[in-house]
Design a binder for this molecule. Structure first.
Ligand code: ADP
Ligand code: MG
Length: 282
């Protein structure tokens, strides 16, 4: 999944159980692994998928609906056009973008039972904005089944706090713009955003500092606005979402990053999620 997974728990078995389950989900949903279901679907244009993949794709559809298309897992052809997959970043022309926009839209995906099919040749799916959260939720389920009731799982900023830490809530620091403006004051970033105290809750963060490139001092980040075909420019530099499960937190964080502060807050409210939004200051 292109990230580091961290497991903290007083239980010695926790890491093995969590890593094993996260690997299993990665093998199904990774965009980069050649033999994952996502890759096979992308190659063949039609595939009968596992229960897990079907669940995540249906959930992605719910977020597509709820965000009026701001969250869209079929953005892959655009991600590729901008060079985000192989870090060969470039500014595409308007006509190239227009061409790729024809392939965008969750409603162009045909779902028949567990068979997923692309309505247009050239479409591709990328679950990168939701799969990490799902993988964390699956791992939490396995931990609970094993009787483990205290752990913190972190997949590159998609976090679940299972139970508490020796009687006190888990503390998660928010650092909305790591190294963005350089310099570290008093041992922490000037943008240090305080702590969240969490128990049996998830938090996920989307920011423009994860993957980006600059051209003429303009920052282009890896979260795209499916309406424009260009990197989102909502004024948000980082958003953290607290929710009951990590899939919801993950998908909402990406959605809010695209929608901007006002529409983002409304969306979070509808999902009973708590948000911390950090915007650009001049
Ligand atoms: P990160 O993976 O950096 O933690 P996100 O959860 O926000 O961040 O997911 C970003 C990934 O989601 C991108 O790398 C891309 O694969 C995909 N993506 C980009 N734009 C969108 C979008 N508008 N809707 C859904 N997925 C997107
Ligand atoms: Mg996300």
């Amino acid at each position: 999944m292109g990230t580091i997974v961290e497991v903290i728990s007083p239980d010695r078995q926790a890491a093995d159980i969590a890593f094993k389950e996260i690997k299993r989900i990665e093998n199904l949903l990774s965009y980069y692994k050649d033999d994952s279901e996502v890759s096979r679907l992308n190659k063949q244009g039609r595939l009968r998928v596992s229960q897990e993949a079907l669940y995540v794709i249906n959930k992605a559809g719910e977020f597509w609906q709820a965000t009026q298309g701001a969250f869209d897992v079929v953005v892959a052809p655009l991600m590729e056009l901008w060079g985000f997959y192989h870090r060969d970043y470039r500014l595409p022309s308007d006509s190239e973008i227009k061409e790729r926009l024809e392939l965008i839209g969750f409603d162009k995906l045909e779902i028949d039972g567990s068979i997923i099919e692309f309505g247009i040749e050239g479409m591709r799916i990328d679950l990168g904005a939701i799969a990490k959260g799902f993988a964390i939720d699956c791992a939490v389920k396995k931990l609970r089944l094993a009787g483990i009731n205290s752990a913190l799982l972190n997949a590159g900023g998609d976090i679940y706090c299972l139970g508490n830490k020796q009687g006190i809530p888990w503390r998660v620091a928010i650092n909305p713009a790591p190294a963005r403006r350089g310099g570290v004051k008093a041992g922490r970033s000037p943008d240090f955003g305080g702590y969240l105290e969490l128990e049996d809750k998830a938090v996920a963060t989307s920011g423009d500092y994860e993957q980006f490139f600059f051209v003429n001092n303009i920052r282009y980040c890896h979260i795209l606005n499916p309406k424009t075909g260009k990197p989102a420019e909502s004024g948000i530099i980082s958003v953290s979402v607290v929710a009951e499960d990590c899939l919801t937190a993950d998908a909402l964080a990406t959605s809010i990053f695209v929608l901007g502060k006002e529409r983002g807050r409304e969306l979070a409210k509808r999902f009973n999620a708590e948000v911390r939004i950090y915007t650009e200051v001049e």
